[in-house]
Each structure stands twice: as structure tokens, then as C-alpha cells.
Write a protein that binds this ligand. Structure first.
Ligand code: SD4
Length: 328
């Protein structure tokens, strides 16, 4: 039995009563246990909803060997999940009551595409892929992105809030306080990074962004280098949490560059969190942000500002939901 499995068994024996069923602590506070494991293929996704998304991505990867389709199809599951209020058109709207979506997709050869502040599109991740594959551009926003979707035959959805989003919006309107809420626990953006058996990497990220944000606000998720970055020479990283804090440190690019300089994925995620805390010190107690990283050898890491960041891991030996380490 590997050291990690021995560690998990021991840790589970001592902590299983504290954790939801099936949740495994990947690493305790500022401690690295993920480092050193090597898996190919490997898929990681943010939060509990990463499990069904990874299931789909894994199936697509096994059936087609197509890593980009795997990361696209995987997060489409979350974009359709009516329980999820932070991804897809059912997500919480901006302060005008309108859901606006951000998404990005990237391959390890540098190809990438994203859409931001887009309305009425059920699958912004697929639109981001079309930007990557069918335009000379990297990013389309707002009405331009919507027009591109229409031109490519994407159905336009009616702008009707989901029942849960409507209820939350009505409740928010009572006080209409402009204080964007970031979930410290579950139900956040989905970011997915994947390493194929051939050593190639890809990633995707999709979100409805902050609840009750200003109309026009864009977070980290569609910004290449902030919410997602992938480089076949090194590895991949994705982010979740308060986008402004992640953009300030170019979080995902930073992690990939730290790995390029020799840090393990876990060390790189921890350094990104340290940097994020330093640059957002004044408000840090209200900020959650978490990072996932994979290097090209199949080692992985995860770390967050605060407790509660979970991530899903799929590899040939099985799948599990893990609890990331945290700083605060
Ligand atoms: C954003 N990173 O737009 C996203 C937020 C998030 O649910 O993770 N939200 O800032």
C-alpha cells in the first residue's frame, strides 16, 4: 500500500466522524500529502459538483480519447444542474435581476477561448470552445458573444430566473445591499483540469459569477491566466472564489509559472494563496478562493484561503471527493 493510502486510512480512522460520507481529507492545514502521487489520466474539478462533472468527463475521455471534449462535456453537466446557483442560467442573477455568464477553455498548446458577460446561452463553455476553434480571437463579451452564439446556431433561452434564484433575488432586494456574496463552503464555480494518458493537458471553467454583482461585472473565470491556465510543457491550474482577488494575482498563470520553476503543484497552490492573502489582506476574512493544479507528470495539488474547499479527483484507480488544505 502506498504511503498516501496508508496516510488516508490513518487519517480517515481519526476524522471520519467529522466528515460528510465519502469526503476524504487531501491534506490538513498547510500540509502536503497530494504531492508525490502520479496519475495519468487524471481529472480534477472544483467543489462537490465536480463529482458528476468528472464522471461525464471521464466517460467522454475513455470513449473518445478527446481531452478537450472531456473538459467541455464535463462542465456542461454543472451548467445544467438546477441545484447549482453559481453556474449556468439557473445561477443567481446580477443586481438588475439578469443572469450573465462567464466561461473559458484552454489546451496545453496555448489554444484558448472565452466568453464573458454573456446572456441567454445555456452552455457558455461550448461557446468559449467555438471562440477558440472558429475565430481568430480569444475572448468575446456581452452582446458580441451573444450574436456569435446566434450565428453559430445556439438556442437563445428566455431570461426567466430559476425558482431558487428568483426567491433569493427577491430576498436580496429587500435590502439591496451591494455586498457580493462569495460562498465559503460549497456551490461555487466549476473549474476542471485534465491530463490525458499521452501527457497532454486541457481545462475548462464556467460560472454565473458573484451573486448580485454589478451589471457588466466579469470575474476571473473567463480571464485566461486568472481562472484557468494550461501549458503542456508544465501543467494546468484553475481557480474558484472571489474573482477580483484571483485576478489581482493572475492566480492560475502564477501557479503554472511556479511549477515551471520547480515547485510541486501543492507548493504552487499554497504560494498562490499566500500571495492572494497578501494582496487582499484588508478583506481577507470575507474572502474564499481556492486553486487546483496538475503537473505534466500527474502530480496534483489543491489549497484554499479558508476551510471548506472540496474537489473531485478521477483517475484509473477510482474517484473521490477530497478536502483541500487551507491557510486561515
Ligand atoms: C467569479 N470565481 O466570478 C467566480 C466566482 C465563483 O461562484 O467562484 N462563484 O468571481
Amino acid at each position: 500500500m502506498s504511503n498516501r493510502r496508508t496516510f488516508l486510512k490513518k487519517t480517515l480512522a481519526s476524522t471520519s466522524l467529522l466528515l460528510p460520507a465519502g469526503l476524504i481529507p487531501a491534506c490538513s492545514q498547510s500540509q502536503d500529502t497530494a504531492q508525490g502521487e502520479k496519475f495519468k489520466p487524471l481529472i480534477l474539478s472544483t467543489w462537490d459538483h465536480g463529482m458528476p462533472a468528472n464522471d461525464r468527463a471521464w466517460k467522454v475521455l475513455m470513449e473518445t480519447g478527446d481531452l478537450v471534449s472531456a473538459v467541455e462535456e464535463g462542465v456542461k453537466v454543472t451548467e445544467l444542474d438546477m441545484e447549482n446557483l453559481s453556474v449556468g442560467l439557473q445561477g443567481l442573477p446580477d443586481r438588475e435581476g439578469i443572469p450573465t455568464l462567464d466561461a473559458s477553455i484552454m489546451k496545453g498548446d496555448g489554444s484558448c477561448g472565452s466568453v464573458a458577460f454573456v446572456r441567454q446561452v445555456r452552455h457558455p463553455i461550448s461557446l468559449a470552445r467555438r471562440v477558440m476553434e472558429e475565430t481568430p480571437h480569444v475572448m468575446l463579451v456581452g452582446e458580441g458573444a451573444r450574436q456569435f452564439a446566434i450565428a453559430r446556431g445556439f438556442p437563445m433561452e428566455e431570461e426567466v430566473l430559476s425558482p431558487k434564484a428568483e426567491a433569493a433575488y427577491q430576498e436580496w432586494k429587500v435590502e439591496s445591499q451591494y455586498k457580493p456574496i462569495i460562498n465559503i463552503e460549497n456551490h461555487d464555480t466549476i473549474g476542471m483540469i485534465a491530463l490525458g494518458a499521452d501527457g497532454k493537458l486541457a481545462g475548462s471553467c464556467t460560472t454565473s459569477g458573484l451573486a448580485f454583482k454589478m451589471h457588466g461585472r466579469v470575474g476571473d473565470s473567463p480571464i485566461i491566466g486568472a481562472g484557468l491556465y494550461v501549458d503542456d510543457e508544465v501543467g494546468a491550474a484553475t481557480a474558484t472564489g472571489l474573482g477580483e482577488s484571483i485576478i489581482r494575482i493572475c492566480g492560475s498563470f502564477l501557479i503554472v509559472e511556479l511549477m515551471r520553476q520547480g515547485r510541486s503543484p501543492q507548493e504552487a497552490c499554497e504560494e498562490a494563496v499566500r500571495r492572494l492573502i497578501a494582496k487582499n489582506a484588508k478583506d481577507i476574512k470575507d474572502i474564499q478562493a481556492g486553486f487546483l493544479a496538475i503537473n505534466k507528470d500527474g502530480e496534483y495539488g489543491a489549497f484554499a484561503v479558508q476551510k471548506g474547499f472540496t474537489f473531485a479527483r478521477h483517475q484509473s484507480q477510482g474517484k473521490d471527493l477530497l478536502q483541500a488544505g487551507y491557510k486561515m
